[in-house]
Design a protein around this ligand. Structure first.
Ligand SMILES: [Zn+2]
Length: 79
């Protein structure tokens, strides 16, 4: 009864948006952040977010924001 990756089907994985749109058009599987090859469902909101994808996504956005310039350099002199 075990298919190995069955649990992955119960999660909503993070996938790049343009890939999701392409998948929605022709139904091809996409590769999630965690590496899972997955066909996004019609109702991803009814599934819990894949913990692995979430971790990867959060570490990605944390690193990416650094270059955006949200530092205290602007108001630094006021203190
Ligand atoms: Zn995942």
């Amino acid at each position: 009864m075990s298919h190995g990756d069955g649990d992955h089907e119960r999660y909503a994985h993070y996938v790049q948006k343009d890939k999701i749109m392409a998948s929605a058009l022709d139904g091809t599987p996409v590769v999630a952040l965690c590496g899972k090859v997955w066909v996004p469902g019609r109702d991803p909101k009814k599934y819990p977010v894949c913990p692995m994808c979430k971790e990867i996504y959060e570490s990605m956005s944390a690193g990416g924001d650094k270059d955006k310039g949200g530092k205290d350099g602007k108001d630094g002199g006021k203190k």
